[in-house]
Design a protein around this ligand. Structure first.
Ligand SMILES: NC(=O)c1ccc[n+]([C@@H]2O[C@H](COP(=O)([O-])OP(=O)(O)OC[C@H]3O[C@@H](n4cnc5c(N)ncnc54)[C@H](O)[C@@H]3O)[C@@H](O)[C@H]2O)c1
Length: 377
C-alpha cells in the first residue's frame, strides 16, 4: 500500500471528524493507499499539540504555510473558517498537493472559481466535504432516483433547522462563533446549512435554473467576541427560497437558526410521478419510501432500515440490522476519495461541482436583496 501523508489545517469540529475517518478507513475498506496523519496545524500551539497527541499526528504547527510547503505532505485538508479556504487551497494546489476542503468551498462564487482554476491548472486531486451525500440512506435515495423509480420529479423540498443563536448573548466573531460574522463565514445559514441541502439536491435532482429568496437577520447587533464591542450582524439568520430545477420540478428550501426545539433537523422530501422519498437526519439510517405501484390495499409509506449489505456502504460495516451514524459519512468520503485516486475516476463533489452550489448560494443571497427572481449564473 502506498502511504499518503495528511496535513490537517484546523483542529476544531471538522478536524475531529476527518481525523477519525482517516483512522478508521483502512479497518473497514480495502484500499490501495494508507493515509498517515503527519501534521496538524491550528492557531494555538498548545491546543494543536494536544490534538496531535490525541489523534496520533506525528507533529503540529501554527503556520499553515509550513504544511503547504512541506514536501512530505501529499494531502492538505482545509478545515478552517471559510475565509481561509481559498488562500490555503490555492497555495496547496500550487505546491502540487491534493486538496480536501470543507464546505462551503468559498465565501462566494468568484472566489470558488479561482479555487477551481488553481486545482485544475495544477492537475491535483480535489474534493469538497459535503458529507451528507454519503449517509447510506441518502445515497440510496439518489440510487432510487437514478433507477427511475420516482419517475418524473415534481417537487424537491429541504429544511435545515437549528435553534442555537436565538439568545442575544451569543457573540459574533472569535472561535466557535465565527459563523455569525460575515467576514469569516461569507454568509449565515445560506452558506453554512443550505449549502448542504443544495449540494444534495443538485446531485439528486440536477441543476437549478433560478431562485426567489427571502432572508432575515433577527438579532441586528451582537457583541464581537474578540473586540468586546457591539457591532451590526451582517449574516442571514434565516433563509427561505423557492427555485425551478432545469428538469421542470419545483424546489422549496428553508434554513434557520431560530427554530426553537430543533438542533440539526436536516430533512428532504422528493415527490415523483410514481413514488416519493423522505429522509430525516435525526433518524438518518431510515429512508421513507412511498410507491404508488404497490397494490392499493397495501399502499403506504415504508420505513426502510438502511442496514443491509446490498444497501450503499453497509457491506463494509457490521451485520444486517445494525446501523451506523454521522461520523461514518466522513469515513465513506475518505474511502471514496482514495478509491478515486486508485481508479482515476475522481470522487465527487470536486471543487468544480461545489462551484455550482456556490453559484446557487450567491443567487439566493442576490435574490433576497433584490426581491426578484435571479438566474443561477
Ligand atoms: N461538513 C459539515 O457538515 C461541516 C460541519 C461543520 C463545519 N464545517 C466546515 O468546516 C470548516 C471548519 O469548521 P469547524 O466547525 O471545524 O470550525 P472550528 O471553529 O471548530 O475550528 C476551526 C479551526 O480552524 C483553526 N484556524 C482558524 N484560523 C486559522 C488559521 N489562520 N490558520 C490555521 N488554523 C486556523 C482554528 O485553530 C480551529 O482549530 C468550516 O468551513 C465549516 O463551514 C462543515
Amino acid at each position: 500500500m502506498k502511504k499518503l501523508n495528511v496535513g490537517m489545517i484546523g483542529y476544531g469540529f471538522m478536524a475531529r471528524t476527518h481525523s477519525n475517518a482517516y483512522r478508521k478507513v483502512g479497518n473497514f475498506f480495502d484500499l490501495q493507499y494508507e493515509p498517515v496523519l503527519k501534521t496538524v496545524c491550528g492557531l494555538v500551539d498548545a491546543e494543536a499539540a494536544a490534538f496531535a497527541r490525541r489523534w496520533g499526528y506525528e507533529s503540529h504547527c501554527t503556520d499553515w504555510r509550513k504544511v503547504v510547503e512541506d514536501k512530505n505532505i501529499d494531502i492538505v485538508e482545509v478545515v478552517v473558517p471559510n475565509n481561509y479556504h481559498a488562500e490555503i487551497a490555492i497555495a496547496a494546489a500550487q505546491a502540487g498537493k491534493m486538496v480536501i476542503c470543507e464546505k462551503p468551498l468559498a465565501l462566494n462564487a468568484p472566489q470558488a472559481l479561482q479555487m477551481v482554476e488553481a486545482v485544475e491548472k495544477a492537475g491535483v486531486a480535489n474534493f469538497v466535504s459535503f458529507n451528507y451525500r454519503r449517509i447510506p440512506a441518502v445515497t440510496l435515495a439518489k440510487n432510487l432516483i437514478d433507477e427511475g423509480r420516482l419517475g418524473k420529479i415534481f417537487h424537491y423540498r429541504a429544511n435545515f433547522l437549528q435553534d442555537w443563536t436565538i439568545s442575544t448573548a451569543v457573540p459574533t466573531g472569535g472561535m466557535g462563533t465565527w459563523r455569525l460574522d460575515a467576514k469569516s463565514a461569507g454568509s449565515g445559514v445560506t452558506g453554512d446549512l443550505l449549502a448542504h441541502c443544495i449540494d444534495t439536491a443538485l446531485w439528486q435532482n440536477g441543476s437549478i435554473k433560478n431562485v426567489n429568496a427571502m432572508t432575515e437577520t433577527f438579532v441586528k447587533e451582537r457583541k464581537n467576541a474578540e473586540t468586546g464591542k457591539m457591532e451590526p450582524v451582517t449574516i442571514d439568520d434565516a433563509c427561505t427560497f423557492f427555485c425551478r430545477f432545469n428538469n421542470g420540478s419545483m424546489g422549496n428550501f428553508e434554513s434557520t437558526r431560530y427554530a426553537r426545539g430543533h438542533k440539526a433537523l436536516y430533512t428532504f422530501e422528493i415527490n415523483g410521478e410514481k413514488a416519493s422519498i423522505r429522509w430525516d437526519l435525526h433518524d438518518l439510517h431510515r429512508l421513507q419510501y412511498f410507491d404508488h405501484g404497490d397494490a392499493s390495499i397495501l399502499r403506504g409509506w415504508r420505513s426502510i432500515h438502511v442496514s443491509d449489505a446490498d444497501q450503499p456502504y453497509m457491506k463494509h460495516w457490521w451485520v444486517p440490522g445494525l446501523q451506523i451514524g454521522y461520523e461514518h459519512s466522513f469515513v465513506h468520503q475518505i474511502a471514496d476519495f482514495l478509491e478515486g485516486l486508485a481508479t482515476g475516476n475522481p470522487a465527487r463533489p470536486t471543487f468544480r461541482d461545489a462551484l455550482e452550489t456556490q453559484k446557487v448560494c450567491d443567487a439566493v443571497l442576490k435574490s433576497a436583496k433584490s426581491g426578484q427572481w435571479e438566474n443561477v449564473g
